[in-house]
Design a binder for this molecule. Structure first.
Ligand SMILES: [Zn+2]
Ligand SMILES: [Zn+2]
Length: 213
């Protein structure tokens, strides 16, 4: 467990869980002690233990790949709080989310507001969550590159999500991904600029890194 943000109003904890080391995040309103959980990779007991002393309000899902939902059923049954996800990523869940999120929605907990962005590409229903200067990017944007895509059309779509949505944020935005360490948006914008400054084969997709692809 790492505390990645601790400002006057908000604390964000990062927990790497399960055999894929997938990141879950706990966002805590410091004033009201209300919290939300972002993704439920595995090891539900660890997540639930970290929520002790807080009032959990929602489980937010960046997308429904298996390495992000391994603990979801246990979390839902023990915490009894609404799950919020995008409809296009809800089909594989064992029961539908209580809240279907759409681009432009806002999720409130305590004094904190979280903006919901639909960023398809890695999956059709991938979401990013932004609060203040912090972006939880799921598997849409990692340090050094986009999330994995299976087709050139998906790759084009994830690049569009990144450049037309995520890159509208200030370079000082801190990015917390579904895997790996945090990054700063300026670095990702700079690396993408290098990537886009030279041609790429039209069938490009898969695991892409801005600087070496
Ligand atoms: Zn994924
Ligand atoms: Zn993942």
């Amino acid at each position: 467990m790492t505390i990645v943000v601790n400002d006057n109003s908000l604390r964000i904890e990062q927990l790497q869980l399960g055999s894929f080391g997938t990141n879950a995040y706990i966002l805590l309103c410091r004033e009201t002690k209300e919290s939300v959980v972002v993704d439920a990779p595995a090891e539900a007991d660890k997540l639930i233990a970290r929520l002790k002393g807080t009032t959990p309000r929602y489980i937010l899902l960046t997308h429904s790949h298996l390495d992000h939902i391994g603990a979801l059923d246990q979390l839902r049954s023990e915490l009894k709080i609404p799950l919020a996800a995008h409809a296009a990523d809800s089909g594989v869940l064992s029961s539908p989310p209580e809240i279907m999120l759409r681009d432009g929605d806002t999720v409130d907990f305590g004094k904190i507001q979280v903006a919901v962005w639909h960023t398809p590409g890695h999956t059709p229903g991938s979401l990013c969550f932004r609060t203040g200067n912090y972006l939880l990017s799921g598997d849409t944007l990692f340090p050094g590159g986009p999330g994995k895509t299976r087709t050139p059309a998906e790759f084009a779509q994830i690049v569009k999500s990144i450049t037309e949505k995520i890159f509208t944020l200030d370079g000082s935005t801190q990015v917390y991904s579904g895997h790996g360490e945090p990054t700063i948006l300026k670095k990702e914008k700079d690396e993408f600029r290098i990537f886009s400054s030279h041609p790429h084969r039209p069938d490009l997709c898969g695991d892409v890194l801005w600087l070496t692809t």
